[in-house]
Write a protein that binds this ligand. Sequence first.
Ligand SMILES: CC(C)(COP(=O)(O)OP(=O)(O)OC[C@H]1O[C@@H](n2cnc3c(N)ncnc32)[C@H](O)[C@@H]1OP(=O)(O)O)[C@@H](O)C(=O)NCCC(=O)NCCS
Length: 188
Amino acid sequence: MLAADVKDARSGSELVKIDKSNIMQLKLLNASILPIHYTPKFYQYVLQNPNCSRLAMWCGKYVGMVCCKVDSNILYIMTLGCLVLYRRKKIGTKLLNFVLDLSKAEKCTAVQLHVQSSNSDAVEFYEKFGFCVKDNIDNYYRYLKPTSALLLERLIVPSNSEQQVIVTSGDGGMDPIEEKLVELSSDK
Ligand SMILES: CC(C)(COP(=O)(O)OP(=O)(O)OC[C@H]1O[C@@H](n2cnc3c(N)ncnc32)[C@H](O)[C@@H]1OP(=O)(O)O)[C@@H](O)C(=O)NCCC(=O)NCCS
């Protein structure tokens, strides 16, 4: 069990695994929170990789979600968010702590995600947790305005004691995991 799976008295939220019984909740949350349509293949991937995703609950209600994938030692956040009414209650923090725990367990070297370049709320949230802008990609989203995306990254350096945050500058290179995501989301 990852540390983030334990109910956190400070945030009042708890994380639960995703299975067939609650996958519809994930679909509803994705549709409510994110502007991208996710394909059946995405949900199939989530069900087949139960350790990489969680739903967040607040007082018995499903309010947030995170779905990741691990590829080539990179943990990629496909979706992470919570309902508008439940924001600034540390639910995003709890979901992100789950991701960071998972990156440690999977011995990943970095955590990455894309956000729409206009999504300053998300950028501020991730920067608070040591993420940096690695790349700025024009025309990443086909159906969104703006179409540009930021690739955010937090490097993970395993040590005997704690993970360290390393600040990097972007190298402009394309990431192989981006291409895999094209299969899972209908907007890229
Ligand atoms: C980004 C998001 C997940 C943050 O979730 P949240 O539960 O509100 O975040 P938390 O309460 O854990 O916030 C932790 C800290 O992040 C920062 N932060 C969070 N939201 C912020 C905002 N809108 N503006 C500035 N800073 C913000 C703050 O420092 C905050 O600490 P504080 O509340 O003590 O000031 C949420 O806004 C969201 O769901 N957005 C829509 C989905 C999305 O854009 N996802 C990202 C792409 S996958």
